[in-house]
Design a protein around this ligand. Structure first.
Ligand SMILES: [Zn+2]
Length: 190
């Protein structure tokens, strides 16, 4: 299976680790959207589409993301120890929706996406540039890019913490974006 097309939506915010969104097409017949291109210490890397993990408030049953310190519905203080930890000890707040299961596929996606991203940066400088990413007017989940692990962090042991970019605490980098609604997929009732 080959990546036959990559479409990029550049973010153009030099303050943000989120460089772009992209979609990839396999064999001209299957598309995955909402991949993210993140600024890493060794260059851009690809983060798979993911959703925020949620649980339910013990008092009112309302659904909250695991990062919430208080229930969004009744205001009850939520236990911080309900957050699970990954093998590397970091809080597990997201789950991938789609992801490669071997390094060949991961490497192919990474190489194709980064190549397309770099081409897009050049194209974007030209007059009449048109972005071909299929944008459905989603509310993007900004401000979370610093949570994404760099390649190797979760599959091949921890990366050197000193090499990491210092991460910002949530909601301090982009206060104007903190009010952005969660994406529609996360609002679905189960
Ligand atoms: Zn509640």
């Amino acid at each position: 299976m080959k990546v036959s097309e990559v479409r990029i939506k550049l973010m153009n915010d030099p303050q943000d680790r989120l460089l772009a969104f992209c979609s990839i097409t396999f064999d001209s017949c299957f598309v995955i959207r909402d991949l993210k291109i993140i600024k890493g210490s060794k260059g851009p890397f690809v983060a798979m589409p993911s959703r925020k993990l949620t649980d339910r408030c013990a008092r009112c049953g309302g659904k909250n993301t695991l990062r919430s310190a208080f229930c969004n519905h009744c205001g009850r203080k939520l236990a911080s120890e309900r957050v699970g930890r990954g093998a590397d000890g970091r809080a597990k707040l997201y789950a991938d929706i789609a992801h490669p299961i071997n390094s060949e596929c991961r490497d192919q996606i990474q190489a194709k996406v980064v190549e397309a991203y770099e081409n897009e940066l050049v194209l974007a400088q030209q007059p009449g540039y048109v972005c071909h990413y299929d944008d459905y007017g989603d509310d993007y989940d900004f401000g979370d890019a610093h949570y994404y692990d760099e390649p190797g962090a979760s599959h091949a042991g921890r990366i050197d913490q000193a090499a990491r970019q210092p991460s910002q605490p949530p909601h301090t980098g982009h206060p104007e974006r903190a009010a952005v609604r969660p994406r529609q997929t996360e609002e679905r009732e189960t």
